[in-house]
Design a protein around this ligand. Structure first.
Ligand code: DX5
Ligand code: ZN
Length: 217
């Protein structure tokens, strides 16, 4: 299981996003949180900023869409060139159709679960996905405390992935730091999003390497 680190630019200076991307060039992905002030009580950035970022960094972009009606909006992020596009299952009207559409447009298809959303009802559609995202905070804001209560779900997701023999990445997002990443890795996560832990540090690239080392051990 290869460990991947995806710093979230939600905790970066929004006036200096290209510099923020440069500061984490050792990462595997740049995680971009799109919020619409409806699915979550916060508003961030949308497609035009993602398009500018795509032109400003060599890092592949991992879009996490915390928006209503992703069926309508998500495909444009794949078309723009985001290599990974994740929608929330709580907001999707037709998750299978949407995942197929994202893949058809050349992106990896991700599906996210809020902390209180169980994975079991979606067991049969996991084969349609490239990544499952288990939120470990309520989506909407960076810098929140990691919810330990989500660890058993990470473990269950890993079990389901193994049972069905799927090639499915398991991403964890929210409160991931040097204090919590080992527990997430031990539970079975292999893609780690970290916002405040990375961009709140003096040397973001050093934190990326440190998190990677901790997740691997
Ligand atoms: C929260 C976002 C996260 C956020 C994580 O809704 O999806 O990606 O940036 O920030 P930290 O790592 O500070 O919890
Ligand atoms: Zn996110």
């Amino acid at each position: 299981m290869a460990v991947q680190i995806a710093p979230s630019i939600l905790s970066a200076d929004f006036a200096r996003l290209a510099e923020a991307a440069d500061a984490v060039s050792a990462a595997d992905w740049l995680h971009v949180d799109v919020m619409d002030n409806h699915f979550v009580p916060n508003l961030t950035i949308g497609l035009p900023v993602v398009e500018s970022l795509l032109a400003a960094t060599r890092l592949p972009i991992d879009c996490h869409l915390m928006i209503n009606d992703p069926d309508r909006w998500a495909p444009a992020y794949a078309e723009a060139g985001a290599k990974s596009v994740t929608f929330h299952v709580e907001a999707a009207h037709a998750p299978i159709r949407l995942a197929r559409e994202l893949r058809g447009k050349g992106a990896r298809a991700g599906m996210a679960l809020k902390p209180a959303t169980p994975v079991e009802p979606y067991e049969d559609l996991l084969g349609e996905l490239d990544m499952l995202l288990v939120m470990t905070v309520e989506p909407g804001f960076g810098g929140q405390k990691f919810l330990d209560v989500c660890l058993p779900k990470i473990r269950r997701c890993r079990e389901l992935i193994g049972r069905h023999g799927l090639d499915l990445w398991l991403q964890v997002d929210g409160g991931v730091s040097a204090e919590t990443i080992e527990r997430c890795a031990e539970a079975g996560a292999d893609v780690f999003v970290a916002g405040s832990a990375v961009f709140g540090a003096d040397d973001p690239s050093r934190v990326v390497e440190e998190l990677r080392r901790m997740a691997q051990s």
